[in-house]
Design a protein around this ligand. Structure first.
Ligand SMILES: [Fe+2]
Length: 349
């Protein structure tokens, strides 16, 4: 006979039959590979089941009440016993009886008189199936947990890398410390009010965080020049958009990162750079970042000026509606300004 051992545990079999000869036969069949409890009545079986958890139950159908189906019914009604597989052993398997048994939750039927090899094989298969099912569930659960942990760690790594890159940019400019983070925050505030989903906000945060990444390639003398830039210096400064695009372009998983860096200086009227695109042709997230970027520039100190008064900032945003800015997002920015009674939304160093 094939082995009954699944894992390191001997299975516990309960067999119930009012015919002592059948019980003896069952005992002989299974004694070697399993622990077997043989009971000769339905009421004994119910009493035993109240305190034991067998791996499988073999029930004679024809017994003085409670018969095999009665026991099966009460097992299925008991949460602790409901999952235990039950095989009905009976001399007369009529179609209707068989159907009723399966509807009640029987796992299988064995016809009497039975061949020992058939009983062994049926029980072995049911036990193996149960064992695999139980362990498959726990294995799937374990692997899913592992995959989720790995995913969370990758997401953390991604976010921290984006932060580190943004800090590298901001560190270059003595006057724009924290700029990238604030622009990311303001962009999300605008997007949230325009109905962005949580996932879109998470994406936008990173796109905005890295919008100025191209400044890494701009000479520090130009970035930190305390005076007005010459035309040539300004031309070089403007290349931070395309340089940012070239840097982020290699991140194929998220092409919006590169587009955000490229398009955040486009203007709604088409007079921006580097591509001079207008209106809805400018990526939506770049139109949002553009408002947030301008707002932060005005509300931060510069080498040549302090942060602008809030009323002036408000009027500049208002003035830019439809020319520099997408009017929808500029309007939301105006609302945010109006609600910020104490002018807390600015660089606070
Ligand atoms: Fe920029």
């Amino acid at each position: 006979m094939s082995d009954f051992l699944f894992g390191d545990k001997r299975p516990l079999i309960l067999t119930v039959d009012d015919d002592e000869m059948n019980l003896l036969l069952m005992k002989r069949i299974f004694a070697k590979e399993a622990d077997i409890t043989c009971l000769n009545s339905g009421s004994n079986a119910l009493a035993w089941l109240a305190e034991n958890d067998p791996d499988i139950v073999l029930l004679d159908y024809h017994m003085p009440a409670p018969n095999g189906f009665d026991i099966l019914r009460s097992m299925k009604a008991d949460e602790r016993l409901a999952k235990i597989p039950v095989i009905i052993v009976t001399g007369d398997i009529e179609a209707e009886l068989e159907c009723e048994g399966f509807m009640l939750g029987a796992t299988d039927f064995i016809r009497k008189p039975f061949m020992p090899a058939v009983v062994q094989e049926r029980v072995r298969r049911v036990l193996r199936y149960e064992y695999l099912q139980e362990h498959l569930e726990s294995e799937v659960k374990r692997q899913t947990n592992l995959a989720n942990q790995r995913l969370a760690s990758i997401v953390r790594l991604y976010n921290e890398t984006a932060f580190a890159l943004a800090k590298a940019v901001d560190a270059k400019d003595a006057y724009t410390s924290g700029h990238s983070e604030r622009v990311a925050k303001y962009s999300c505030m605008i997007a949230e009010r325009s109905g962005a989903t949580k996932k879109e906000l998470e994406e936008l945060y990173t796109i905005a965080l890295l919008h100025d990444i191209g400044k890494i390639g701009i000479p520090i003398a130009i970035i930190n020049k305390p005076a007005r830039l010459t035309d040539e210096e300004y031309r070089i400064m403007k290349t931070h958009t395309t340089q940012g695009y070239n840097i982020l372009h290699i991140i194929e998983e998220m092409p919006k990162l590169a587009d955000g860096a490229r398009s955040h200086h486009e203007r709604y009227d088409g007079n921006g750079y580097p591509d001079h695109v207008a209106g809805e042709k400018i990526p939506q997230y770049a139109r949002i970042i553009s408002v947030a970027d301008a707002y932060d520039a005005m509300t931060s100190r510069r080498s040549y000026r302090a942060a602008m008064p809030q009323a002036r900032v408000r009027s500049e945003i208002e003035k830019g509606m439809g020319t520099q800015f997408d009017p929808a997002y500029a309007k939301i920015m105006l609302q945010l300004i109006d609600e910020d009674k104490d002018y807390t939304m600015r660089e606070t160093q």
